[in-house]
Write a protein that binds this ligand. Structure first.
Ligand code: ZN
Length: 121
């Protein structure tokens, strides 16, 4: 399986595949090719619970072609608990900022054609 396929399989289980530097322990998203802290290319897979809090988001009311049926939704950036990592994904049924306070607890809820799905905890 490619890294992308592994990422998807873990996301379907609510997990996040990350790469931990074997030199300094710094955590990266699995798309990193070398350590952002020490430059090492040695990584080991580390599976985290896909839980965190909403850092920022954009509400999409006019969707790209093929995604109209999903509107309104939010494109969410979630800070992963106990890390510096941020992941982005889609949260359905968000129409106004009242629906989604920044800082609210969130989690990975799956993966489909939209990418990673995030929902409120
Ligand atoms: Zn490192």
């Amino acid at each position: 399986m490619t890294i992308e396929e592994q990422l998807i399989e873990y996301a379907k289980e609510g997990k996040l595949l990350t790469h931990k530097c074997t030199e300094c322990g710094y955590l990266h998203l699995s798309t990193a090719y070398y350590c952002l802290k020490c430059g090492s290319k040695g990584f080991e897979d580390t599976i985290l619970d896909g839980v965190g809090s909403v850092a920022t988001y954009t509400i999409i009311t006019v969707a790209p072609a093929g995604f109209e049926k999903y509107t309104p939704y939010a494109f969410v950036v979630m800070k992963v608990d106990n890390t510096d990592l941020r992941i982005s994904g889609f949260m359905p049924n968000i129409a106004t900022p009242d629906d989604l306070p920044v800082g609210i607890k969130a989690k990975i809820a799956g993966f489909d054609e939209r990418g990673i799905l995030i929902e409120k905890q």
